[in-house]
Design a protein around this ligand. Structure first.
Ligand code: NAD
Ligand code: IPM
Ligand code: MN
Length: 371
């Protein structure tokens, strides 16, 4: 029997609350007689700063590198607003992404039919929506050097961030996007700002070449990223796969999240390159949302983004397609039955807390696995 070793990093705010619900899903799987999951936990973000003085301890970084997959909750919160920039909670997540070389961030935005009313757009615009954002995750302005504030004297300072992309970084995220499109509707939209940015010019050139030479069967279109944001809220169903850089991807995926009803619904997978010898790839799965300090500790957060991130793990790290499908179908069925957390509440539905939502999904998942 195969045993998968998972590192759980619950983090701060609603992170641990959502992660607790994944524990129920793991328990169902471990009782089902198939692959087994062994989990261990470590601190990350503000919780790690409080305990170790850094947002991710070296020892825990090693555990992340050795795990079969990492599941991440959320980090940050007002409590750590005052800590030094280098060790702020978010730096822990950035180190995990960089040191694990997780260059491809997959952020699907799927509008469950039951939730079309919760979207900020009209039902007909989002009903049946299924787009996949491929966000480059280890380059661009997040990591470019120099990144600093220079004191110019006389009360003047200069803040500098540097947007840098090299050919190989664009090639590999482009290939990930084209490969994904082949399993979907066969269309890639690349977004950059070649009208003002040199990285945009290079991005456009490299994505075009990879598409032409290696994926002539996939339809490729280009959009300036600002216009892309506009199109996402005007007519989101025109998109299949969107490939874009680290910063544009951060913003566009939050926009896409609201199309689906709530930030509490959107999962993500961050993947590295497959190992040449074993074919295994490093991977971290995390909801797109943050630690939600405004609702933390109240037991009302929506755990679906976290549970759906676990479903992505079943699919992408362990090829457990039947289990992943069953878990996603369980989420859809629970929503269909009218069970809702506050963020996606609608008239006539039954409002529940985080734990009840987790119980409902776990019970439905167990039923579907047994069927
Ligand atoms: P946020 O995603 O934490 O919250 C934005 C809004 O969405 C809030 O009103 C929140 O209540 C709501 N929301 C988010 N997730 C929800 C859920 N599961 N259920 C119900 N409602 C939900 O973003 P923010 O407020 O801009 O950031 C708060 C902190 O989180 C900051 O410190 C930020 O840096 C951090 N952050 C962390 C991550 C991460 O760990 N991956 C991602 C984004 C933001
Ligand atoms: C996200 C978050 C992170 C990002 C922060 C917390 C570093 O907003 O995962 O979308 O900007 O990438
Ligand atoms: Mn973000």
């Amino acid at each position: 029997m195969t045993t998968h070793k998972l590192l759980l990093l619950p983090g701060d705010g609603i992170g641990p609350e959502a992660m607790a619900e994944v524990g129920k899903i793991v328990a169902v799987l471990n009782g089902a007689g198939g692959d087994r999951f062994e989990t261990e936990e470590a601190l990350v973000g503000g919780a790690a700063i409080d305990a170790h003085g850094v947002p991710v301890a070296d020892r825990d970084m090693d555990r992340a590198l050795k795990a079969d997959a990492v599941l991440f909750g959320a980090v940050g919160g007002p409590k750590w607003d005052g800590v030094a920039y280098e060790i702020r909670p978010e730096a822990g997540l950035l180190r995990l992404r960089k040191d694990m070389a997780l260059f491809a961030n997959l952020r699907p935005a799927i509008c469950y039919p039951a939730l079309a009313e919760a979207s900020s757009l009209k039902r007909e615009l989002v009903d049946g929506l299924d787009i996949l954002i491929l966000r480059e995750l280890t380059g661009g302005v997040y990591f470019g050097i120099p990144k600093e504030i220079v004191d110019l004297g006389e009360g003047q300072k200069r803040g500098i961030d540097t947007q840098v992309y090299e050919t190989y970084e664009i090639e590999r995220i482009a290939r990930a996007a084209f490969e994904a499109a082949r399993t979907r509707k066969g269309k890639v939209t690349s977004m950059e700002k070649r009208n003002v940015m040199k990285t945009g010019v290079l991005w456009n050139e490299v994505v075009s070449r990879v598409g032409r030479d290696e994926y002539p069967d996939v339809r490729l279109e280009h959009m300036l990223a600002d216009a892309g944001g506009m199109q996402l809220v005007r007519a989101p169903k025109q998109f299949d796969v969107i490939v874009t850089d680290n910063l544009f991807g951060d913003m566009l995926s939050d926009i896409a999240a609201m199309l689906t009803g709530s930030l509490g619904m959107l999962p993500s997978a961050s993947l590295g390159a497959p190992d040449a010898a074993t074919g295994k790839r490093r991977a971290l799965y995390e909801p797109v949302h943050g630690s939600a300090p405004d609702i933390a500790g109240q037991g009302i957060a929506n755990p679906i983004a976290m549970i759906a991130s676990f479903a992505m793990m079943l699919r992408y790290s362990f090829a457990l397609m039947r289990e992943a499908d069953a878990l996603e179908a369980a989420i859809a069925a629970v929503l269909e039955s009218g069970t809702r957390t506050g963020d996606i509440m609608a008239p006539g539905c039954r409002q529940v807390g985080t734990a009840e939502m987790g119980d409902a999904v776990a019970a439905e998942f167990a039923r579907r696995l047994a069927a």
